[in-house]
Design a protein around this ligand. Sequence first.
Ligand code: ADP
Length: 251
Amino acid sequence: MTAIKIEDLSFTYPSGTRALCAISLEVEEHSTLALLGSNGAGKSTLMDLLFGWKSSPTITLFGKPLKEYGRKELGRNIALVPQSEHYNFSFTLLDYTLFGRAPYLAEMASPTDKDVHIAYEALDMVGLSLFAQRSVTSLSGGEGQLLLIARAIAQESKVLLLDEPTSALDPANRRKVLDILASLHEQGKTIIFTTHDAQFAYELATHVAMLKGGKLIAFGEKEKVVTSEVLTTLYDTEMTVCTIGEKTIIY
Ligand code: ADP
């Protein structure tokens, strides 16, 4: 089944900047799509549109126009992991992760024991369960990024959107996030992520979409579209895709 369908999507900011131009693509359920492009290519704008933060009549989620989803219904279907978030209050990590359960709770209702269990498991998955009672304000940038991933895992949505999920992470945590996302993919989630790390994209994704100047210049299965030529065009700098045995290295 098609999870997300984008048809002839263009977006212009009120300032007049055309951020996206005639984008059409389909993301199959259970696939993992990497969105690649230089700074200003339109990746964040597309993520915002997919999350419903900007209205678009040309995006459908599981066959239904995105704009017809209520907020809670949307939250059960799609979760967003931003690069970082500003903490206005010193919530504990557990409370912050429990925000992911909001789409399942009635207005003003408290989380149940099941919700708390799910939140603990999500914190455990990213290696933060020992810090569950610590304040979010005490976290490093990398730990904050892991917490946002935990909240999205607790949300148990069918689709996961991640905006540069490894931008603040050291190599060990980058590997951890790669393993977590690979395991969520195995569990059947549909994953869309942006990254500047072409190697990370190749290791994790089943499909790749490349944006340049708001236009889609390549889209398809990674083995078919990720080549030295197209990456060099995408980034305006020499890139090489090299296959050694079973391993593909991009540098
Ligand atoms: P990326 O995420 O690939 O770096 P963006 O989606 O943030 O790209 O930006 C795409 C284009 O839209 C850029 O030219 C950027 O300057 C412009 N843009 C982004 N946000 C805004 C905004 N709030 N108002 C006006 N222009 C914007």
